[in-house]
Design a protein around this ligand. Structure first.
Ligand code: CA
Length: 421
């Protein structure tokens, strides 16, 4: 850690000094924005309090995405963070830099990177066990789980930034008692509480990434809701895994919280019990085991159309933590590249649904409602077993640790629109 993490550091952007702010000067997450309604090109910015500072203020012209910056690597990210931290803390810069500030509520935010490829993992062991138990009561966890960071290739084209409406998918579904499947709107629309790793420099085709170097290839972290149609999924997933039940939309937050900003919130890797094997050597590193985890609180909230009309606040459905991930960020990256597959700047790796060990920390409606058997009560008298049209699903996240400034991630939110007829 360094001077940019000093909890005593304050900014001349006053709103950043509010203890409730998600974007104090110790955070400095990066995104892509333009002024609402202005005929101007999207460009890189940094969130500070309730403002965005155009990166042009420090001489950086990113273009319409952060891919070049992601490709530049850790040394460049570190220099940029130092420059931004100094520029935004020393009040002698206020006059020179304030003309580059745009109020966040007057800005439109975009996907932070052009995402070439998106994979989704399954690192939440409590999610894997709970969901496994619903489908296979006597054999919840398949034997490969403790050895392989399970994942699949997702669809990059339908990754959308927070605020983008999500259209309920049509698809094939077949209830157990039906003789034949039918095509129509999913009736079991769900969210999945995940984080996304945004890839930095990446690796050349045929050249794996060693676990010791894996985090050099992670630009930062975003919130990720892997929307899922459970009824479509149940019918289509065998034998090749998730397909159209997942690829209709994935919502991410606009701000990339850098690995350097997350440094104070590192924690040990998931503690394996006696019957869980030590990872194979290519996935094992002492330092990664000691401090390769990240304590990131992860929450999902819901606000229905009726709650919005009645001006009721969103209801928190769950609160989990990334420390419950069975595999570390470094293990995910190393495993994905272990066969020589190349990762490119701006690629996105989803963690998988991160459920905690307790009932208030489950990362999907499937788990929270026992696959639709236990409805959740909402303020205003409604109930939910899955997500309905008009519902807004809002992911929020925060890191807090005694002796350090708390940092937030913004939001990954989307309102569900009816399926096309
Ligand atoms: Ca997922």
């Amino acid at each position: 850690m360094n001077a940019t993490h000093d909890p005593a550091l304050r900014s001349w952007v006053e709103s950043a000094n509010d203890p409730a702010s998600q974007f104090p000067i110790q955070n400095l997450p990066l995104g892509v924005f333009r002024r609402k309604g202005a005929k101007e090109a999207p460009r890189g910015g940094v969130a500070i309090g309730d403002q965005i500072l155009d990166l042009a203020a420090v001489g950086l012209k990113t273009g319409p995405n952060l891919n070049q910056l992601a490709a530049a690597g850790r040394k460049s990210w570190r220099e940029l963070r130092k420059l931004l931290s100094q520029g935004l803390s020393d009040s002698r810069n206020a006059k020179r830099l304030s003309r580059y500030l745009v109020p966040m509520n007057k800005a439109e935010l975009f996907l932070p990177t052009a995402i070439g490829d998106y994979s989704d993992f399954y690192t939440g062991i409590h999610h894997a066990v709970t969901v496994g138990r619903i489908f296979r009561p006597d054999n919840p966890l398949l034997p490969n789980y403790h050895w392989v960071p399970i994942g699949y290739h997702g669809r990059a084209s339908s990754v959308v930034v927070s605020g983008t409406p999500v259209t309920r998918p049509n698809g094939q579904t077949k209830a157990p008692d039906d003789a034949v499947p039918a095509f129509g709107p999913s009736r079991r629309l769900d969210f999945e509480l995940e984080l996304g790793l945004v890839i930095g420099p990446g690796n050349a085709l045929g050249k794996p990434v060693s676990i010791k170097r894996a985090l050099d290839h992670v630009f930062g972290v975003v919130l990720l809701n892997d929307w899922s149609a459970r009824d479509i999924q149940a019918w289509e997933y065998q034998p090749l895994g998730p397909f159209l039940a997942k690829s209709f939309a994935t919502t991410i937050s606009p701000w990339v919280v850098t690995m350097e900003a997350l440094e104070p919130f590192r924690c040990p890797a998931f503690e394996r019990s006696g019957d869980q094997p030590t990872p194979l050597p290519y996935l094992y590193d002492e330092a990664d085991q000691r401090e390769g985890g990240f304590a990131i609180e992860m929450q999902m909230h819901l606000r229905s159309a009726r709650m919005r009309a009645q001006k009721l606040p969103a209801q928190r459905l769950t609160c989990s933590n990334f420390r419950h991930s069975f595999w570390t960020a470094a293990q995910i990256v190393t495993h994905q590249a272990s066969n020589g597959c190349n990762l490119r700047p701006g690629d996105l790796l989803g963690s998988g649904t991160i459920s905690g060990p307790t009932p208030d920390a489950l990362g999907s409606m499937l788990e929270l409602t026992l696959a639709g058997k236990a409805p959740i009560a909402l303020p205003g008298g409604e109930t939910r077993v899955f997500i309905e049209d008009g519902d807004e699903v809002i992911q929020r996240s925060r890191c807090a640790r005694e002796g350090f400034a708390s940092i937030g991630f913004g939001e990954a939110a989307g309102v569900v629109k009816p399926a096309p007829r």
